[in-house]
Design a binder for this molecule. Structure first.
Ligand code: MG
Length: 400
């Protein structure tokens, strides 16, 4: 599979393979862990549903234990999935059998995401990061850096201390170009006792990139993990989603440059105001403050205070974003519309979105920047000033 096919009009499709064939020896009596209840649903259903609804994933197949057909049918009911296939005696063998079944599809997948059903809390963003890295790599895995000091323990005593530098904890889904990982699994079948697919890829000489994993993407191996997964799920479910609206106008005056959404645009006029008059950042700041029900930009930065004279409006937006972080919340998205006949906004939209993202510390793909004219009508149409409207959506933890 060459780079060219990745760039073609129809990129090879992505198939997710969810490995759920294990017996879960560390769980007590009852059904295998992947069929235990989490958030009222079988644990396996969480990841199946995530992949089945991810826009970049075309098809999903589970690898299951032959004894679990009835449990699987109940867990997968109503989800658009390929028929499951039976796994083998080890995880490695189960993955290989799953890959062989995908090779028989027409068309065979271009890329495959191999996921452990024991990680029910994987987020769509993690899947997207793995796929983005796969555009230029044979393999990519999510991982988080080891934060605790690692000890080798023998007989209840510390035998050695490992240097933590450069050590990462691997998660799933692990993504690969399909032909390469299939060949690697075929070549190493029955060998090695590899505990993840990146190890199989590594043994076969494939390069594997690392992208940011997520602390919530835990592996459920025992009852304690299941209780922790319940707590993480409950915390997510109780997040309060808030929306706020911002609106601002500044008039034109003499000058040679306007600053809009943090970007300086040469122009034959300037916007007048107490600060740098960045109407876009002001509307965004008010949108966030509105979602927090925390007043408006004027109550946080009174225009009668000299400190804010000619101030960079990035200060205001950063302050509002800081209030969200201070509440333990997060900005889900920001969207702003600039209303003016001139200057032209289009050439600067991308830079504006990136600048807003950097100030508010959100991903650039969570920032929308748009522009419109008023077809010559009103103050904006007459070129007397620029208006901006903005919306912010926040996720806040529940109040105690
Ligand atoms: Mg203003």
């Amino acid at each position: 599979m060459g780079e060219d096919s990745e760039r073609s009009a129809h990129p090879p499709e992505v198939v997710a393979l969810v490995v759920a064939a294990g017996r879960g020896a560390r769980f007590g009596a009852g059904p295998p862990k992947q069929y235990r209840r989490l958030g009222g649903e079988p644990l396996l259903r969480h990841s199946l549903a995530l992949f089945a609804t991810h826009p970049a994933v075309a098809r999903v197949r589970a690898v299951i234990h032959p004894d679990d057909r009835a449990l699987y049918a109940a867990a997968a009911a109503g989800l658009p999935l390929l028929d499951p296939v039976a796994g083998g005696a080890t995880r490695q063998e189960s993955v290989r059998l799953g890959l062989e079944s995908l090779a028989a599809l027409a068309p065979a997948p271009g890329r495959v995401l191999i996921h452990d059903a024991a990680r029910p809390l994987v987020a769509a963003e993690t899947v997207s990061r793995v796929l983005a890295a796969l555009a230029g790599e044979a393999g990519a895995i999510p991982a988080i850096p080891a934060r605790d000091t690692l000890k080798r323990v023998e007989g209840g005593r510390v035998a050695a201390t490992l240097a933590r530098e450069g050590l990462w904890l691997a998660q799933t889904p692990q993504g690969f170009r399909f032909p390469e990982i299939l060949a690697a699994h075929r070549r190493l079948a029955g060998e090695g006792g590899f505990t993840d697919d990146a190890a199989v890829a590594e043994a076969a000489g494939l390069a594997v990139a690392v992208v940011a994993g997520a602390a919530e993407n835990i592996k459920v191996t025992d009852e304690e993990d299941l209780a922790r997964a319940e707590r993480i799920l409950a915390a997510c479910a109780s997040l309060e989603v808030r929306t706020g609206l911002g609106f601002d106008v500044h008039r034109f005056g003499p000058g040679r440059m306007v600053r809009l959404c943090g970007i300086e645009i040469p122009f034959e006029r300037a916007l007048l105001g107490h600060s740098d008059a960045d109407v876009g950042l002001h509307a965004l700041t008010d949108a966030i403050l509105g979602a927090l029900a925390a007043g408006d930009i004027g109550s946080h930065f009174p225009p009668e205070e000299d400190a804010w004279r000619s101030a960079d409006s990035a200060i205001f937006l950063r302050h509002a974003a800081g209030l969200v972080a201070g509440r333990g919340g997060r900005i889900l998205n920001l969207d702003v519309t600039l209303v003016c006949e001139r200057p032209r906004i289009g050439p600067h939209r991308r830079a504006m979105a990136e600048r807003i993202a950097a100030i508010a510390r959100v991903p650039a793909d969570a920032v929308g920047v748009k522009a419109t004219t008023t077809e010559g009508l009103g103050f904006a149409g007459r070129g007397e000033g620029i208006a901006a409207q903005a919306v912010a959506t926040l996720a806040l933890p529940p109040r105690r």
